[in-house]
Design a protein around this ligand. Sequence first.
Ligand code: PMP
Length: 397
Amino acid sequence: ASLWQDVPQGPPDAILGIAQAFRACEDPKKVNVCVGAYRTSEGNPWVLPSVRKAEGIMLENNEIKEYLPIEGDAAFVEKALQFAYGKNAPLDRIAGVQTLSGTGACRIGGAFLNAFLPGRTIYIPDPSWGNHKKIFEACGLTVQTYRYYERSQNGLDFEGMLEDIQTAPKGSIMLLHACAHNPTGCDPTPAQWQQIYQSILERDHVAFFDSAYQGFASGDSEQDAGALRAAVDAGLPVLLAQSFAKNFGLYGERCGTLSVVCGTAAQKDLVMSQLKCIIRPMYSSPPRHGSSIVKTVLSDEPLTEQYYEECASMANRIVDMRTKLVEKLHEVGSTHDWSHVTQQIGMFAFTGMSSDMCDQLTEEYSIFLTRDGRISIAGLNDNNLEYVAKAVHAVTD
Ligand code: PMP
């Protein structure tokens, strides 16, 4: 008998498994609207020209390949935190470390919370990014959900959300999507955020923001940071998991930060020391290529301006495709109300289609999507839009 003979087959990842099925599909008409990655109007991945330029600068400067410190590149972290919290952010009391993109940031943040706020529950929205539950459970936290989305209305369940925040045990951790909620594309309004923050303050909860789409949602990174910055202004205890995967197109470079807003600079130093203790036995130190790119772009004003325009162009193409999808659905004869799709924000359209309808799209039309009815708008372009609209109409008619 061999040592591993009793190891059972692990379940495939819900999203990455679909990507695999897409690759294996031989139908020339196949469409991938599952992937959470930007595609050009030709359907191809895109390296931002500002990112390429930064890589050129790095090469010219003969950048070395030495280890980064445990906490990452301090100059990158400073630029990244200013990008998130704003130019006037109280960086003197924000502990921040470089992480392995947003996933790694959630994981380090979760480990920190589990170590220093033991026994508390983290509440994630229902629904949420599929990995949240797994990440925080792997950190040892108990994961529960708060109501977020009302499927019958295709909109935010604000009353339910507020009630669940108010009735959660005092001192709970509330995971909040900073903007462009994944998968629903549905965010609270600024006024609703204020009410959420009041409830969090009243209950001594902790706000853990997951920011994977800053700038990618509206095209304006300042606007997309509004909810996070308002939480800091309101005096909430804030943690932030920041990803540069989507907004800089740095998916595979695994570049992000985890930060903890502290009361004083002295607290910040203590928190930093503990974050390093968590990181060291996990992976010692983060990779340097992606963070060097972001640092190079954000340290050079003209390059930063160019970057903003390129990020906005991605956001604008997605907004444009959203409108066109709804127009096309009506054009091909759908009489359903699809207005929620145009109102949503970010990479995805949460269509309201049932899992049976999704299966039918995949089986009969080779359109690959997650079974919750989420369509990645980034996967749509002028060449496949009509095909997708017709198929969606056929399965929802
Ligand atoms: N949070 C949310 C809500 C996401 O959608 C994603 C990306 N799918 C992430 C975090 C993290 O992604 P990454 O680890 O690639 O930065």
